[in-house]
Design a protein. Structure first.
Lengths: 210, 210
DNA sequence: GTCATGTGTAAGCACCGATTACATGGAAAT
DNA sequence: ATTTCCATGTAATCGGTGCTTACACATGAC
């Protein structure tokens, strides 16, 4: 009996192992959370030996970082797009748009949000794109609030405090959602997004001078 | 040369291995985060074989859950104590006190807060004390806001929304601190606690009817 | 056609959580 | 006082993990 599947020219070289590994790792995270991702299992699913992934990623952290880079890029794009749809002379509207878009993306992409929120799986300091995109997201929020204060549209007179508060609200709501805290109230997935956004909008108006 | 340290009667039975393991595990978490905890390493530090811990904890999760139970109990006690120091006819004051005490504990006990905030290391559903204590903490906050609304002291007319908002603010601030987000602003440990509490107090007054 | 390079395999390291069979020693029962 | 029993330890082992090293091969440049 001949070898049923020798490493012939057809499959010895995968062709796009890097992308395939990223896809497999994301799938593993979707099945059992980011902690469930294992390089070996991803390699197995792609049909490659356990050592192969390390030709493309120096470490498991590097693999997860690559996933985070892709995700953060899309995250930023969606937030920036939402901001662009608000009138330039409405900073509080831009601020609210950032928050709503942030939450919307986090809720609709829970796996990726969990990955980019997990400090221990990712090498933040080692990725220029991660730092740049995250800074850009922060800048979008900060610009809106700074401009709002300049125009006297902000209730608080402490800009830093308002920025931290806004960030905490959005981040807290997003984390409550992915950590399952909403189940402690009666909120059921479907309404979670609407509820969180209502809370956010209510507070952005509360932060504004009306 | 005789056996230098045989398992004689003096040390064959540890005496209080359970507590010793908990202490060692907490120390490991303090050194490198909750992910750094390993049952084997804790056993080694206590001077016991790798299998011994499993006589006292059915799994690593059970060990971490035991740590979380102790921590949550102290967490609740401190919050309850802070609430008791506020006048009974000042529900918004109680609400603020819960938030401040919550944040204060989280900031001063970052290791334990990280452990009790990590859903994947702990068996939440399997611990009655964890569920009870967490429910008690939630109840303290909810009671305050509910009473505030009953007395017409709440700006929002949606109680559930206000509760989620309050929770999100406190939780978001706490997580931002342990996740190192405050470093992105100029906040430096010392002032982090004061800043977070200022933000919280500012918003509790914003939430109130004045 | 030859060869260098990139990309895979195979084997193996140290560590991990967890299980099993066995050893031990203290306390309770007689 | 002796025996018995059981909680609590050890030793060995299993499958899984991240990661490294030595080697094989397929492919593109020359």
């Amino acid at each position: 009996m001949p070898d049923p599947s020798p490493p012939t020219s057809a499959n010895y070289h995968h062709g796009n192992l890097r992308e395939a590994l990223i896809k497999a790792a994301v799938q593993l995270a979707e099945e059992g959370g980011p902690e469930n991702v294992s390089v070996r299992e991803a390699a197995k699913r792609v049909g490659v030996s356990p050592g192969a992934p390390f030709r493309h990623f120096a470490s498991k952290t590097a693999l997860m970082t690559a996933i985070a880079e892709e995700a953060t890029s899309r995250f930023l794009a969606e937030i920036a797009s939402a901001v662009r749809e608000v009138a330039v002379d409405d900073p509080m509207g831009r601020f609210a748009a950032v928050g709503v878009a942030y939450l919307r993306w986090a809720i609709r992409n829970p796996t990726h949000f969990q990955i980019i929120s997990n400090r221990s799986l990712i090498d933040w300091d080692g990725s220029a794109s991660l730092q740049r995109d995250n800074a850009a997201i922060r800048a979008l929020m900060e610009e809106a609030l700074t401009e709002a204060q300049r125009r006297g549209l902000l209730a608080s007179n402490d800009l830093a405090e308002a920025q931290i508060a806004g960030r905490a609200l959005v981040y807290g709501l997003a984390r409550m959602h992915i950590d399952g805290h909403f189940a402690q109230w009666r909120v059921d997935g479907e309404t979670a997004e609407r509820t969180a956004q209502n809370v956010l909008k209510h507070f952005t108006t509360l932060m504004g001078n009306r």
